[in-house]
Write a protein that binds this ligand. Structure first.
Ligand SMILES: NC(=O)c1ccc[n+]([C@@H]2O[C@H](COP(=O)([O-])OP(=O)(O)OC[C@H]3O[C@@H](n4cnc5c(N)ncnc54)[C@H](OP(=O)(O)O)[C@@H]3O)[C@@H](O)[C@H]2O)c1
Length: 315
């Protein structure tokens, strides 16, 4: 059996030129509770270029060289003796552990508990666009904010990877959604279910939104700071970018949370059900071959993707 594969790795931290498409990378080391997945598609997320640039060295423990990419859709090709619940040939998707080698590769080893059957109604390209962003939306809105029917949620960057799924999940939860994006995305975000749209380039969102129960902060910085003003007493600011200051939350009589997502095959199973019921769908901004990964990172880093950038790894 061939013991090497094609993969994109970094050997040092730095710019997109540090991404190398290599032909003879060793196949992943495979543990007893792992599935070996043949990757069909891998999505690009902002965390990929943040790691590539070395921003997360203090938080994550990576050895270089490192294969990036933590969104995968593919087929199970081998099953560890302690990895139950799957059969060779199953079509699956996952947001694998970010501290291991990722999915910009022909094969990835993923703990079985992090994997779920992919949504039956999606092809691999669209399935790869789901796990990381959908788990983020779920763990922010459902787990951290416990968003309820009838509540109002302000979702920043509603046209982005996380935001576009968060809008749809919030509607599934029965919430009223106020969404921020630039004017070009008004049709898209409204079609996803947003009840109100704020063009953040023209309007200060804190003047247009008030009495909000939940803010989902996908931007950080000044956007996070101004977000406190829209919350009603007891409301919650959930950031996936940087931890909001608890002292400010206490002064204002509101709550805050920071979410850094965990893998979860169980939550991905629930998300697949919603997708197959037609209640959520991923947006794919563009599809590129694996060896055009530098271009994919440039688009992501540009900050204006509509949904996800997906790498086609195998047909
Ligand atoms: N903590 C975690 O576990 C976790 C998980 C996932 C993501 N994240 C982080 O969350 C952030 C968002 O991720 P993502 O994948 O959704 O990013 P993304 O898809 O790259 O976001 C792009 C979107 O951002 C919008 N945008 C840019 N500036 C904006 C602003 N000031 N106000 C409103 N919208 C704005 C753009 O809309 P326009 O073109 O209309 O401007 C575009 O549609 C990243 O920093 C990522 O690292 C964290």
């Amino acid at each position: 059996m061939n013991t090497t594969m094609k993969a994109v790795r970094i050997h040092v931290y730095g710019g997109p030129e540090r991404l190398h498409y290599e032909e003879n990378v060793p196949r992943p080391v495979f543990s007893s509770d792992d599935l070996l997945i043949r990757v069909r598609a891998a999505a690009v997320n902002p965390v990929d270029w943040k790691i590539r640039e070395g921003w997360l060295q203090g938080v994550l423990h990576h050895n270089l060289p490192l294969t990036l990419g933590w969104d995968v859709s593919g087929e199970v090709v081998e099953i560890g003796p302690e990895a139950g619940g799957f059969t060779v040939g199953d079509e699956v998707y996952a947001r694998p552990n970010i501290e291991r080698d990722g999915a910009y590769a022909e094969y990835i080893a993923v703990k079985a508990s992090e994997v779920a059957p992919k949504p039956a109604t999606l092809d691999h390209i669209h399935a790869a666009a789901v796990p990381l962003a959908a788990l983020t939306a779920w763990q922010a809105l459902v787990d951290a904010a416990q968003l309820q029917t009838g509540q109002t949620v302000l979702i920043h960057a509603a046209a982005g990877g996380v935001g576009s799924l968060a809008v749809q999940l919030a509607k599934v939860r029965g919430a009223r959604v106020i969404a921020t994006a630039s004017a070009v995305n008004i049709g898209l975000v409204t079609e996803l279910g947003a009840d109100e749209f704020i063009d953040y380039t023209q309007t200060r969102f804190e003047k247009a939104a008030k009495d909000v129960d939940v803010v989902l902060d996908t931007i950080g910085g000044d956007t996070q700071e101004r977000s406190w003003q829209v919350l009603k007493p007891g409301g919650i600011l959930v950031s996936v970018v940087s931890p909001p200051l608890e002292t400010v939350a206490a002064e204002r009589g509101v709550r805050s949370a920071f979410v850094f997502i965990d893998p979860s095959g169980e939550q991905l199973t629930a998300i697949a059900r919603l997708i197959d019921e037609g209640r959520m769908k991923p947006l794919v901004h563009t599809v590129l071959p694996l060896n055009e990964v530098r271009q994919a990172h440039a688009i992501s880093q540009g900050g204006h993707a509509r949904g996800k950038i997906v790498l086609r790894v195998a047909d």
